[in-house]
Structure formats: structure tokens, C-alpha cells
Design a protein around this ligand. Structure first.
Ligand SMILES: *[C@@H]1O[C@H](CO)[C@@H](O)[C@H](O)[C@H]1NC(C)=O
Ligand SMILES: *[C@@H]1O[C@H](CO)[C@@H](O)[C@H](O)[C@H]1NC(C)=O
Ligand SMILES: *[C@@H]1O[C@H](CO)[C@@H](O)[C@H](O)[C@H]1NC(C)=O
Ligand SMILES: *[C@@H]1O[C@H](CO)[C@@H](O)[C@H](O)[C@H]1NC(C)=O
Ligand SMILES: *[C@@H]1O[C@H](CO)[C@@H](O)[C@H](O)[C@H]1NC(C)=O
Ligand SMILES: *[C@@H]1O[C@H](CO)[C@@H](O)[C@H](O)[C@H]1NC(C)=O
Ligand SMILES: *[C@@H]1O[C@H](CO)[C@@H](O)[C@H](O)[C@H]1NC(C)=O
Length: 512
């Protein structure tokens, strides 16, 4: 959402005039906001916001009588950031636009003040201020707000700003990645919704950085069709950083109750054979996500012969501090209902097939891998079942620690369409299904390319495709309706050109 920056000269020198209702005593009304998040762990800093095509409006409500700060940062640290700081002093709200672009990293007041104070108030315990700005303020000292991941930084202080320079903010600060411009989806959940929890039980987390833990579960025994309409994570308290992502796979119908064993580490030699019968991903959650609601006319079908009976939950534990003694019982909560919706949802996994053939050389600041969902593959599945196409409504972009930007390119008969999804500021610690602004129809004759851009500047070894967070993946999950019989559409990089690229001149053993 890059808007033009041709600004008539007289706007540039426009002086910010506070709207009169901005006084604490004035007759302003608190606006209503479509989005809300608690930025700190103790629920003291609330951020609310809403946006239209050109502007974004924030309201911060913080348990302090001093100043509050909000910033947009390239990395999550305070350096190189766009900051706004405000509060209420002597009954009057104040607000100023700053940046930390200088080498010293200190706050500098922006020459152009692009944040507009809307209102402010404080009582004995809390400060509330609301302010807005253009998504692209046309000031190079402000960050352009796009639909990429945005690393929001926050701070507050017990005292107001004095002598025009905010005091150091002590420990009351932090960061959180958000999608500020995500479409808001009305998540209507009826009162009589049914709940089914899928949880691991007291898994002892090994003392190593990456563990994939798998267990097969049986879905509720239903005598008629139901729709799952929302999925929420159940994260054991204190394990918010340990549980990195959760995938739910549908298992083949040949399984029976003998598959319902205890959990096992997945992808190692002790893994039960039954796990290989669970291949199609039907749900995905990743760290930072809150939960996911299906669109109002779509649900995940349960209870018919085509539906999953057994599912495997794969949980990725990221114990990067090698801490001993974690015992975890996290999982997923499915909200489902017998009141059927019009369409069944499906998921397609596309991108680079996870294998050692996926290679990323070291010391590359921008290396791109591509995974193809070919025209033939899509065409075969679509023309047999849905010649009128399928509607993609949400996607999850997935790579590991070296991933910087991901995008899904969409071609129709080899003519490129607008990007299906992209994130140029990918954050490994914040991955969840994101709604598309508009549903995208995939027709026979279409193909997709998932592109992942990696930065391996500080790596001295090759990075390979694999399951550990230090290995890489390049995947996207497409949530769509109506469901067709296609769960994976991926490609393997060709090995010979890659070996040539990294300087291999001769191969003595066949590479297989
Ligand atoms: C915002 O943009 C979309 C498409 O880009 C357009 O359909 C819509 O009318 C615009 N809304 C407003 C309020 O300008
Ligand atoms: C002060 O404002 C906060 C935030 O709106 C509110 O939750 C709290 O109840 C208020 N306290 C009093 C004493 O009114
Ligand atoms: C998990 O362990 C705790 C503490 O030992 C125990 O209270 C709880 O019942 C266990 N849960 C299950 C499902 O075994
Ligand atoms: C599922 O429910 C049906 C009807 O209540 C019952 O007949 C059947 O035995 C149940 N199956 C299992 C495996 O519990
Ligand atoms: C259940 O599956 C196991 C192996 O997957 C098989 O050995 C067993 O016979 C099956 N039991 C029934 C009742 O079908
Ligand atoms: C790659 O990462 C290094 C180290 O974090 C950084 O200095 C460099 O700017 C990055 N390159 C790109 C293209 O993002
Ligand atoms: C790189 O690979 C070598 C050889 O396998 C290994 O000894 C070394 O520890 C690796 N370095 C890193 C940083 O992983």
C-alpha cells in the first residue's frame, strides 16, 4: 500500500494545530476500535487501533500517570525507529513525533509532526491518548505502515515529559510483532458452540533446542456433520515461548484405535509407523497467534465419511535455552457446531518440499528459494472436482530463522497476477493464518510460486532444508473453500545447478 509522495509544498510546512476537543476537559468521545492487543504481560499497556485506506488511528491506555510511548521499529529494538510520545500533564494532553535515526540512538524530535493528537485523558491511575497519522506520511523519518509484519515497540514512565525530553523508560518497555493492517473478520461465535480440546499430557520436554512432539488423537464421535468454526491455542502458562507452532494433520481412514498411543518424538527412528498415515495439514497455529475463525459461510467439516476421524497433533517445542524440567500440556481448542455453513474448508501446503535438496549457501544477504505448485498439479485436482475454481481466503507463510521475506506469486496461463500474499518483514516469532484482503480464486490453468528470501550473512555453513529452526523451510499454507482432494503441491529444487552454483565441479558418487 505505497501511496504517492507528491505533496504540494505548502503542506510540508503545515503547522500541527491541536483540535480543540483534545483537551482533557473537552467533550470528546472515545472512539471505537476494531483491533485490540495487550502489549505487556501484566495487562497494563493496551493498544487499540483501526485503519482505512489512508490513515491509521491508535488509542493507548496505560496504567501510568506519566508519559507513554509507541514506536515502529525495523528490528524490534529502539534504534532506527519512528516514535510517538504523549501523555496528559496539568490537565492538557500532549503528543510529539520523534525518531531514533541518529547514530547516538537518542530521541530526536521530527521536524515534521505527522502524528495528530485526537484526544487524551488521565485519572488517578491511567492515561489514555489517541492519535492518528497517514499510513504514508511522506516524511522519510516516519515508517510507512504497510501490510507487512510491523514490529511495534512500547514504553511508559511514571512521570510526564519534562524539558521536552522524555526520561529514560526503565524496564517498562517491550516489543511485539503485529499485522496493523489485517482485515478485521467478524468472529461470531454462537452461544451453543461445542468445544473439543486436543492436548498433550505432561510431555517432558527434552533438553535440546528443537523437539517435534507428535500424538494421534481421535476427534469426537459424531453421528452427523458438524463444522469447526474457530480454533484457539491452549498454551500452558509460562510456556508461551516454548510452544513454537502446532500443526494438526488429518490421518488416513485405515487407522483404528490402536493408533491412539501416547505421544512420541516425531521424525526420528522410534516414530510409530502410524504417524506416516497422517499427512494432510488441516490446521496450523504459530507463536504469537491468538486463534483463528473461519469466514461466516465456511467451516471445517467433521462427522462425514470424508472427514478426519484421527488427527495427529505435531507440536514444535523451541527450548533454545536448553532448560531442563519443562513438562507441557499445551494443545488446541476446537469450537464446532451442528449448525452447518455453506462450504467446507480445505488447506493446501505449497512451496519447497522439505528435504536436503533445499540448500541455502552461507554469507548471502539475500538468497531466494522458490517452490512451485505447477499448472499441471493444480489443473489435475481442480478440473476433476471444481472447474469453477477454489477461493483462497487466508494464508500462513512459513520459514525458519534465516527467512526475511516471503511471497506467493500467482500465474494464470503463465500471466502473472497480483501477489497472492507477501510479507517483506517476516518475523519467525509471529506466524499465523492471515486473512487476505480479498478472496483469491484459483482456476484450472493457474500456478503458484512460493518465494522465500533468506539472509545468511552470519552463517559460515550451508543451511539445509529440514525440521529444526536452524534448518530452513519455504512453505505456504492456503486456506480455501470449497474443499478439493489436494493437500500438497510442492517442488524439489534440482540438485545439479545448485551444486554448480556452490562451486562443485565434479561428482564422484551419484547424488540421490
Ligand atoms: C479503499 O480501497 C478499496 C480498493 O483499493 C476501495 O474499494 C474502497 O472503496 C476504498 N475505500 C475508501 C473509503 O476509500
Ligand atoms: C481510570 O481509567 C481506567 C482506564 O479507562 C479505568 O479502567 C479505571 O476504572 C479508571 N479509574 C477510576 C478511578 O475511574
Ligand atoms: C500432569 O501432571 C500434574 C502434576 O504431576 C498432574 O496434576 C496432572 O494430573 C497430570 N495430568 C495428566 C493429564 O496426567
Ligand atoms: C459412535 O457413536 C455411535 C452412536 O452413538 C455408536 O454406535 C458407536 O459405537 C460410537 N463409536 C465409537 C467408536 O465410540
Ligand atoms: C488396527 O490396526 C492395526 C495396525 O494398524 C491392525 O494390526 C489391527 O488388526 C487393527 N484392528 C482392527 C480391529 O481392525
Ligand atoms: C542481512 O543481515 C545482516 C545482519 O543482520 C544485515 O546487516 C544486512 O543488512 C541484512 N541484509 C539484508 C539484505 O537484509
Ligand atoms: C560448520 O560445520 C562444521 C563441519 O560440519 C562444524 O564442525 C561446525 O561446528 C559448523 N559450524 C557452525 C557454526 O555450525
Amino acid at each position: 500500500m505505497r501511496l504517492g509522495c507528491v505533496v504540494p509544498w505548502f503542506w510540508v510546512f503545515r503547522v500541527l494545530v491541536l483540535k480543540s476537543p483534545a483537551s482533557a476537559a473537552g467533550a470528546w468521545r472515545r472512539a471505537t476500535f476494531s483491533q485490540h492487543v495487550e502489549l505487556d504481560e501484566n495487562g497494563k499497556y493496551h493498544l487499540r487501533w483501526k485503519h482505512d485506506n489512508t490513515t491509521i488511528t491508535f488509542e493507548v491506555e496505560v496504567e501510568t500517570r506519566g508519559y507513554v510511548g509507541l514506536g515502529l521499529s525495523p528490528t524490534g529494538s529502539m534504534a532506527q525507529s519512528d516514535m510517538v510520545i504523549g501523555g496528559v500533564a496539568n490537565g492538557r494532553p500532549y503528543l510529539k513525533d520523534y525518531n531514533t535515526l541518529n547514530f547516538d540512538g537518542k530521541l530526536n524530535e521530527d521536524h515534521r509532526q505527522d502524528y495528530r493528537l485526537e484526544y487524551g485523558m488521565e485519572n488517578n491511575t491511567h492515561t489514555i491518548i489517541a492519535f492518528s497519522r497517514d499510513l504514508n506520511s511522506c516524511d522519510h523519518k516516519d515508517k510507512i505502515i504497510t501490510d507487512n509484519t510491523v514490529r511495534v515497540i512500547w514504553a511508559y514512565h511514571p512521570e510526564d515529559v519534562k524539558q521536552d525530553r522524555p526520561q529514560y523508560h526503565l524496564t517498562n518497555r517491550g516489543r511485539k510483532s503485529l499485522y496493523l493492517l489485517n482485515p478485521v473478520v467478524d468472529a461470531f461465535i454462537p452461544n451453543d458452540v461445542l468445544v473439543f480440546n486436543i492436548r498433550h499430557y505432561n510431555v517432558s520436554i527434552p533438553t535440546k533446542d528443537t523437539t517435534y512432539w507428535c500424538q494421534i488423537f481421535k476427534l469426537p464421535n459424531l453421528t452427523k456433520k458438524h463444522h469447526v468454526i474457530r480454533v484457539e491455542p491452549i498454551i500452558q502458562k509460562g510456556h508461551e515461548h516454548l510452544v513454537h507452532h502446532i500443526l494438526l494433520y488429518q490421518c488416513h481412514s485405515i487407522l483404528n484405535d490402536s493408533a491412539l498411543d501416547v505421544g512420541h518424538e516425531c521424525y526420528n527412528s522410534n516414530m510409530p509407523d502410524d504417524f506416516f498415515n497422517c499427512e494432510s495439514i488441516i490446521l496450523a497455529w504459530a507463536i504469537g497467534g491468538k486463534g483463528f475463525s473461519y469466514p461466516a459461510d465456511v467451516g471445517l467439516s467433521l462427522g462425514t465419511s470424508a472427514d478426519p476421524v484421527y488427527v495427529m497433533m505435531e507440536m514444535h517445542y523451541d527450548n533454545s535455552n536448553y532448560r531442563e524440567g519443562y513438562v507441557d500440556s499445551s494443545g488446541l481448542k476446537l469450537l464446532y457446531t451442528p449448525v452447518l455453513r455453506k462450504y467446507d474448508a480445505g488447506v493446501i501446503e505449497t512451496g519447497v518440499w522439505v528435504s536436503l535438496y533445499h540448500m541455502i549457501p552461507p554469507d548471502m544477504s539475500s538468497y531466494i528459494s522458490q517452490g512451485h505448485c505447477s499448472m499441471e498439479c493444480l489443473q489435475e485436482a481442480l478440473s476433476q472436482e471444481k472447474a469453477s475454481g477454489i477461493h483462497v481466503f487466508a494464508v500462513l507463510l512459513h520459514s525458519h530463522l534465516a527467512g526475511r521475506a516471503l511471497r506467493i506469486r500467482h500465474f494464470r496461463n503463465d500471466v502473472e497476477q497480483p501477489l497472492l500474499a507477501h510479507d517483506d518483514e517476516f518475523d519467525f516469532n509471529f506466524q499465523e493464518f492471515r486473512y487476505l484482503k480479498e478472496e483469491r480464486v484459483l482456476l484450472p490453468g493457474d500456478s503458484l510460486v512460493t518465494e522465500c528470501q533468506y539472509n545468511t550473512t552470519f552463517r559460515s555453513n550451508m543451511t539445509w532444508g529440514g525440521l529444526s529452526t536452524k534448518d530452513e523451510m519455504c512453505l505456504s499454507y492456503l486456506l480455501y473453500y470449497p474443499r478439493i482432494d489436494l493437500s500438497r503441491c510442492e517442488s524439489l529444487p534440482e540438485i545439479a545447478p545448485q551444486l554448480k552454483f556452490i562451486g562443485v565441479k565434479e561428482i564422484y558418487h551419484p547424488v540421490m
